[in-house]
Write a protein that binds this ligand. Structure first.
Ligand code: MN
Length: 264
Protein backbone atom coordinates (compact mmCIF):
# COMPACT_ATOMS: atom_id res chain seq x y z
CA UNK A 1 0.00 0.00 0.00
CA UNK A 2 1.37 3.42 -0.91
CA UNK A 3 1.86 5.98 1.77
CA UNK A 4 -0.65 8.27 0.05
CA UNK A 5 -3.25 5.47 0.12
CA UNK A 6 -2.58 4.88 3.83
CA UNK A 7 -2.94 8.57 4.44
CA UNK A 8 -6.29 8.60 2.64
CA UNK A 9 -7.56 5.64 4.68
CA UNK A 10 -6.38 7.18 7.91
CA UNK A 11 -8.17 10.37 6.97
CA UNK A 12 -11.35 8.44 6.17
CA UNK A 13 -11.10 6.56 9.43
CA UNK A 14 -10.67 9.80 11.31
CA UNK A 15 -13.68 11.29 9.55
CA UNK A 16 -15.77 8.22 10.29
CA UNK A 17 -14.69 8.26 13.91
CA UNK A 18 -15.49 11.92 14.06
CA UNK A 19 -18.94 11.32 12.65
CA UNK A 20 -19.67 8.52 15.09
CA UNK A 21 -18.08 10.08 18.14
CA UNK A 22 -19.57 13.42 17.33
CA UNK A 23 -16.35 15.43 17.51
CA UNK A 24 -18.08 18.26 15.65
CA UNK A 25 -21.15 18.20 17.88
CA UNK A 26 -21.68 21.04 20.33
CA UNK A 27 -20.87 20.55 23.99
CA UNK A 28 -23.55 18.59 25.77
CA UNK A 29 -24.76 16.72 22.68
CA UNK A 30 -24.86 12.94 22.74
CA UNK A 31 -21.52 11.61 21.57
CA UNK A 32 -22.09 7.92 21.20
CA UNK A 33 -25.83 7.58 20.71
CA UNK A 34 -26.75 4.45 18.79
CA UNK A 35 -29.18 5.06 15.95
CA UNK A 36 -32.86 4.71 16.84
CA UNK A 37 -35.86 3.83 14.64
CA UNK A 38 -37.70 7.00 15.71
CA UNK A 39 -37.09 10.12 17.76
CA UNK A 40 -38.25 10.65 21.35
CA UNK A 41 -38.53 14.25 22.44
CA UNK A 42 -36.21 15.35 25.22
CA UNK A 43 -37.90 16.82 28.28
CA UNK A 44 -36.40 20.25 28.94
CA UNK A 45 -37.14 23.47 30.83
CA UNK A 46 -35.97 26.94 29.73
CA UNK A 47 -33.23 28.55 31.83
CA UNK A 48 -33.76 32.23 32.57
CA UNK A 49 -31.06 34.39 30.97
CA UNK A 50 -29.60 31.54 28.91
CA UNK A 51 -29.91 30.07 25.44
CA UNK A 52 -29.45 26.65 27.01
CA UNK A 53 -32.28 24.54 28.37
CA UNK A 54 -32.32 22.39 31.49
CA UNK A 55 -32.53 18.67 30.67
CA UNK A 56 -34.96 16.82 32.93
CA UNK A 57 -33.84 13.36 34.01
CA UNK A 58 -36.28 12.52 36.81
CA UNK A 59 -39.03 14.33 38.67
CA UNK A 60 -39.13 13.57 42.39
CA UNK A 61 -41.96 14.86 44.56
CA UNK A 62 -42.13 14.97 48.35
CA UNK A 63 -45.36 14.10 50.13
CA UNK A 64 -47.04 16.34 52.70
CA UNK A 65 -44.29 18.74 53.78
CA UNK A 66 -45.96 21.74 55.45
CA UNK A 67 -47.31 22.04 58.96
CA UNK A 68 -48.15 25.73 59.14
CA UNK A 69 -50.41 25.56 62.15
CA UNK A 70 -48.08 23.35 64.16
CA UNK A 71 -45.15 25.57 63.31
CA UNK A 72 -46.92 28.67 64.54
CA UNK A 73 -47.38 26.90 67.85
CA UNK A 74 -43.69 26.06 68.19
CA UNK A 75 -41.96 22.80 67.46
CA UNK A 76 -43.68 20.24 65.29
CA UNK A 77 -44.30 16.99 67.15
CA UNK A 78 -45.42 15.15 64.01
CA UNK A 79 -42.17 15.35 62.12
CA UNK A 80 -42.03 11.99 60.37
CA UNK A 81 -39.53 10.85 57.75
CA UNK A 82 -40.35 12.43 54.38
CA UNK A 83 -41.78 10.22 51.66
CA UNK A 84 -41.23 10.59 47.94
CA UNK A 85 -42.82 9.60 44.68
CA UNK A 86 -42.00 10.29 41.04
CA UNK A 87 -43.64 11.66 37.95
CA UNK A 88 -42.34 10.77 34.49
CA UNK A 89 -39.94 13.36 33.05
CA UNK A 90 -42.24 14.01 30.11
CA UNK A 91 -45.04 15.09 32.47
CA UNK A 92 -43.38 18.53 32.37
CA UNK A 93 -45.54 21.31 30.93
CA UNK A 94 -43.47 24.46 30.55
CA UNK A 95 -45.41 27.58 31.59
CA UNK A 96 -44.03 30.93 30.42
CA UNK A 97 -44.48 33.91 32.80
CA UNK A 98 -46.89 36.46 31.31
CA UNK A 99 -48.62 33.86 29.13
CA UNK A 100 -51.68 31.91 30.29
CA UNK A 101 -50.92 28.28 29.48
CA UNK A 102 -53.74 25.98 28.44
CA UNK A 103 -53.65 22.94 30.72
CA UNK A 104 -55.77 19.99 29.60
CA UNK A 105 -58.19 18.51 32.13
CA UNK A 106 -57.00 14.90 32.25
CA UNK A 107 -58.95 11.72 31.57
CA UNK A 108 -60.57 9.46 34.17
CA UNK A 109 -60.92 11.99 37.02
CA UNK A 110 -63.84 13.91 38.46
CA UNK A 111 -61.77 15.54 41.22
CA UNK A 112 -58.74 17.29 39.75
CA UNK A 113 -56.58 19.10 42.32
CA UNK A 114 -53.91 21.81 42.30
CA UNK A 115 -50.83 21.82 44.54
CA UNK A 116 -48.46 24.80 44.28
CA UNK A 117 -44.84 23.92 45.04
CA UNK A 118 -41.28 25.23 45.00
CA UNK A 119 -39.32 23.28 42.39
CA UNK A 120 -35.62 22.52 42.88
CA UNK A 121 -33.39 21.65 39.92
CA UNK A 122 -30.12 19.80 40.57
CA UNK A 123 -26.80 20.47 38.85
CA UNK A 124 -24.91 17.72 40.63
CA UNK A 125 -25.86 14.30 41.93
CA UNK A 126 -24.59 11.84 44.45
CA UNK A 127 -25.42 9.26 47.10
CA UNK A 128 -25.75 9.92 50.82
CA UNK A 129 -25.35 13.66 50.44
CA UNK A 130 -24.92 15.42 53.79
CA UNK A 131 -27.51 18.07 54.59
CA UNK A 132 -24.72 20.61 55.06
CA UNK A 133 -23.52 20.00 51.48
CA UNK A 134 -26.91 19.51 49.85
CA UNK A 135 -27.54 23.03 48.58
CA UNK A 136 -24.22 22.92 46.67
CA UNK A 137 -25.99 20.43 44.37
CA UNK A 138 -28.75 22.85 43.32
CA UNK A 139 -28.67 24.40 39.87
CA UNK A 140 -31.70 26.62 40.31
CA UNK A 141 -35.31 27.04 41.31
CA UNK A 142 -38.73 27.50 39.82
CA UNK A 143 -42.34 27.14 40.86
CA UNK A 144 -44.76 24.57 39.63
CA UNK A 145 -47.94 22.58 40.10
CA UNK A 146 -48.11 18.98 41.28
CA UNK A 147 -51.42 18.32 39.54
CA UNK A 148 -53.30 15.40 41.01
CA UNK A 149 -56.24 13.19 40.08
CA UNK A 150 -57.29 13.12 43.73
CA UNK A 151 -60.15 10.67 43.35
CA UNK A 152 -57.91 8.12 41.67
CA UNK A 153 -55.13 8.71 44.18
CA UNK A 154 -57.51 8.09 47.08
CA UNK A 155 -59.25 5.10 45.52
CA UNK A 156 -55.95 3.40 44.88
CA UNK A 157 -54.68 4.28 48.33
CA UNK A 158 -57.81 2.87 49.93
CA UNK A 159 -57.22 -0.37 48.06
CA UNK A 160 -53.54 -0.40 49.10
CA UNK A 161 -52.56 -0.21 45.45
CA UNK A 162 -49.91 2.16 44.03
CA UNK A 163 -51.46 5.61 43.58
CA UNK A 164 -49.28 6.41 40.59
CA UNK A 165 -52.30 6.90 38.32
CA UNK A 166 -53.34 9.82 40.51
CA UNK A 167 -49.99 11.60 40.22
CA UNK A 168 -48.15 10.42 37.13
CA UNK A 169 -49.94 11.30 33.91
CA UNK A 170 -49.53 13.54 30.86
CA UNK A 171 -48.96 17.24 31.68
CA UNK A 172 -49.10 16.51 35.42
CA UNK A 173 -46.12 18.77 36.15
CA UNK A 174 -46.59 22.38 34.98
CA UNK A 175 -43.42 24.35 35.78
CA UNK A 176 -41.91 27.75 35.02
CA UNK A 177 -38.43 28.54 33.66
CA UNK A 178 -35.52 27.72 35.97
CA UNK A 179 -33.74 30.58 37.72
CA UNK A 180 -30.06 29.78 38.41
CA UNK A 181 -28.99 29.94 42.05
CA UNK A 182 -26.33 32.48 41.04
CA UNK A 183 -29.12 34.95 40.30
CA UNK A 184 -31.85 34.18 42.86
CA UNK A 185 -30.04 32.47 45.74
CA UNK A 186 -31.68 29.74 47.82
CA UNK A 187 -35.28 29.67 49.00
CA UNK A 188 -35.77 29.11 52.72
CA UNK A 189 -38.52 31.65 53.37
CA UNK A 190 -41.00 33.82 51.51
CA UNK A 191 -44.63 33.68 50.52
CA UNK A 192 -46.07 30.85 48.44
CA UNK A 193 -49.66 31.15 47.28
CA UNK A 194 -52.18 29.93 44.73
CA UNK A 195 -55.36 31.58 43.48
CA UNK A 196 -58.23 30.14 41.49
CA UNK A 197 -60.23 32.71 39.49
CA UNK A 198 -58.67 35.46 41.59
CA UNK A 199 -59.54 33.92 44.95
CA UNK A 200 -56.73 32.83 47.27
CA UNK A 201 -56.86 29.09 47.94
CA UNK A 202 -53.41 28.25 49.27
CA UNK A 203 -51.24 30.69 51.22
CA UNK A 204 -48.20 29.92 53.35
CA UNK A 205 -44.51 30.65 53.60
CA UNK A 206 -41.66 28.40 52.60
CA UNK A 207 -40.30 28.35 56.15
CA UNK A 208 -43.29 26.18 57.09
CA UNK A 209 -41.75 23.28 55.20
CA UNK A 210 -41.27 20.37 57.61
CA UNK A 211 -38.24 19.15 55.64
CA UNK A 212 -36.05 21.88 54.12
CA UNK A 213 -34.79 21.65 50.56
CA UNK A 214 -31.36 20.62 51.89
CA UNK A 215 -32.92 17.89 54.03
CA UNK A 216 -35.02 16.68 51.11
CA UNK A 217 -31.93 16.33 48.90
CA UNK A 218 -30.07 14.51 51.66
CA UNK A 219 -32.93 12.09 52.34
CA UNK A 220 -33.62 11.46 48.65
CA UNK A 221 -29.96 10.65 48.06
CA UNK A 222 -30.19 7.86 50.64
CA UNK A 223 -32.86 6.15 48.56
CA UNK A 224 -31.65 7.00 45.05
CA UNK A 225 -28.39 8.07 43.46
CA UNK A 226 -29.25 11.60 42.44
CA UNK A 227 -28.05 12.91 39.08
CA UNK A 228 -27.76 16.23 37.28
CA UNK A 229 -31.13 16.87 35.65
CA UNK A 230 -33.15 15.59 38.61
CA UNK A 231 -35.79 18.01 39.85
CA UNK A 232 -37.70 17.97 43.12
CA UNK A 233 -41.23 19.22 43.78
CA UNK A 234 -40.80 20.20 47.41
CA UNK A 235 -44.36 19.74 48.67
CA UNK A 236 -47.47 21.89 48.92
CA UNK A 237 -49.02 23.90 51.75
CA UNK A 238 -52.46 23.20 53.17
CA UNK A 239 -55.76 23.77 51.39
CA UNK A 240 -55.42 21.91 48.14
CA UNK A 241 -58.62 21.71 46.16
CA UNK A 242 -60.38 21.03 42.88
CA UNK A 243 -60.53 22.86 39.55
CA UNK A 244 -62.80 22.41 36.56
CA UNK A 245 -62.55 23.39 32.90
CA UNK A 246 -62.40 27.17 32.48
CA UNK A 247 -60.74 27.84 35.84
CA UNK A 248 -57.69 30.11 35.96
CA UNK A 249 -54.91 29.08 38.35
CA UNK A 250 -52.31 31.66 39.37
CA UNK A 251 -49.27 30.69 41.43
CA UNK A 252 -46.65 32.75 43.23
CA UNK A 253 -43.44 32.37 45.21
CA UNK A 254 -41.63 35.49 46.43
CA UNK A 255 -38.65 36.17 44.17
CA UNK A 256 -39.99 34.30 41.13
CA UNK A 257 -42.34 35.51 38.36
CA UNK A 258 -45.93 34.36 38.75
CA UNK A 259 -47.40 31.71 36.46
CA UNK A 260 -50.93 31.32 35.11
CA UNK A 261 -52.66 28.21 33.84
CA UNK A 262 -56.14 27.85 32.32
CA UNK A 263 -57.84 24.47 32.68
CA UNK A 264 -59.21 23.49 29.25
MN1 MN B 1 -47.38 17.61 45.96
Amino acid sequence: MSSSRRGLLAGSAAMATGAIAGCALPAGAARTSPSTPFDVAASTIPIVGSEQVYPVRRIYCIGRNYAAHAREMGSDPTREPPFFFQKPADAIQVVTPGVVADHPYPSLTKNYHYEVELVVALAKGGRDIATADALDHVYGYSLGLDMTRRDLQREMGDQKKPWEIGKSFDHAAPVGPIHPVAKVGHFTDGAIWLKVNGQTKQSATLKYMIWSVAEQISRLSQAFELMPGDIIYSGTPENVGPVVRGDLIEIHIDGLPELSVRIV
